[in-house]
Design a protein around this ligand. Sequence first.
Ligand code: HEM
Length: 579
Amino acid sequence: MQLVTVGLLAVVLIGAAIVHLTKIYRQLNDPRAPPGPIQIPYLGRIHDLPIEFMWLKFKEWADKYGANGFYRTSMLGAEFLIITDEKVAEDLLVRRAKYNSDRPNIQSLFDSKSTYGSMEYLPLMGKNEYWARQRKLSHSYITEATNARYNGVMYHEAKRWVARLIDNPDNFQASLEDMASKVMCTLTWDDPDLSEYCTTSAWGLLRQMSPAGPLTNVLTPLWHLPMFMNPWKRAERKRHDEQQAWWMQRLLTVRAKMAEGEMRPCWTRQFLEKTALKTTISGDHEASSLLGMLALVGIFTVAGPLSYWLVTMVHHPSWQAAVQKEIDEQCGDEMPTIEDTPRLPILRACIKETMRWKPNVPTGVAHETEADDVYNGYFIPKGTRILPLDWVFLRNPNKYPDPDSFRPERWLEPGWPTFQAPLTQYPTIKGMTSFGWGQRQCLGMSLTQDELIVACGALAWAFTLKPKVDPVTGQDVMPPLDKSNSLLIIKPDPFQMRFVPRSERRKAQALAIWEQSESSDRAKRNEFLQKVREARNVPQLQVPDTMMPSIDDALDEKLKHEQVLISINRVNSFGSDLS
Ligand code: HEM
């Protein structure tokens, strides 16, 4: 009797489960939804979406389901619309930007969208008040720096990099990232010596926010395990708090130096001296995060195309020779500068083609919809993640014939669909799909273009980039073309190559101009300090108190922030929405 009851109960439960799963299956695979791979209840397509080289699987699905320029999929309940055609991206992310410019939550960061007021990561913020004010401010700082030609920082760092490559060519991947980091640390805090830590810190955040980072970004429910059995959350707590403390320390150091009058211009000084008086930025926590994030965001983004430039030039010696010839003709004996940009179309074409051929944000950055919508007759629910798939945009054979080949001539010769005149202005990387869309479009396009012109130009001026030679076989060892990590911003896996100075004379010249740049920089810094110290006794030159919050105020602010962190921590450990 009891057995029969149990049996009946089992049949009823299994029947109910089948009905439930069928209902969900039908909902998930509703024929009115955009086309896409069959969705499995609860899982979506998590089981066959590889974490490594995810963009290749997205491309495979695009070839199958993307005839309309988009398709949908889902993962553990999160809905995705993958855009595979630039026109659709234009429609949804630019024309309908008003409600398609939010960001999805990143599970393995605390409050990544700043929904609860953390105010820490501008590019990841939801479309909220913190994002609006931080974006505006970042835009004005970057534009001002661009107009001031970055006060020569890029030239200085490119010269240092060339000298380092002569001195230690095998360490090129580290010195390349360090160059990009030094540019950002100087712009932000006037301190290139911060670069090493800043790069490590940027790496930590990049890993944490990428689907190929911690497991909890994919198996999101794991994030909600209690703290004592949650290694992912504990690790993130440590990473987050250290990064925050470092950012705050940078701000406090600048403020302390300003109090002594010993701080040269940089974004942080500009903020404390001028912006802080009239902005809605809420205080030191928000300001230090905004400035810290600005420094971070310009490291791997620029280092990615620069690394691929090395790979590309080694593989395409005739294009490398064409770039060198152009630089020799247009710049004579000098390293190229930003002013030379209009005269260097071949250099620009090779840079742009490198970014097209080897895009360093191949999946694009997701937006999230804030309202239900209908597009081309298909229903797109609120909360859908829209992924503009850059890898596919940049391999569209109609726009880019022979898309898998490196063909800079597509930007230089009439007859190619992408050719644009005049060549003094085009090609330019500004506006490339790789920089995103609409209200969230990248703020660093000019900075990237200028830094790539200066750095790639300096390389072509100083060296011929060549493959490493195998000491046993005597054969060239070419850098692999398809080996990279799979983080949101990718870079090639470590490889070997040679930096051959173009002549002994050029080598000596490169070392001499670095020596000169270094001693001139040192002299300028000393002169500044000397003047300040002399002027310190002159009362009217001192910055008025009202413009300069005291260090005590700053420390109060820091303590307040620490209290906030402690309370966030507590709430997190109870597993609230904040985590
Ligand atoms: C090759 C270099 C770079 C690439 C490919 C790149 C790409 C991107 C992409 C795809 C986005 C998101 C766009 C969207 O959501 O539609 C973005 C946002 C952003 N980028 Fe860049 N970026 C680069 C360099 C830089 C640099 C050098 C800076 C700063 C100095 C920068 C600052 C930003 C900021 C602040 C945002 C956030 C914009 C927002 O969310 O409103 N980027 N970038």
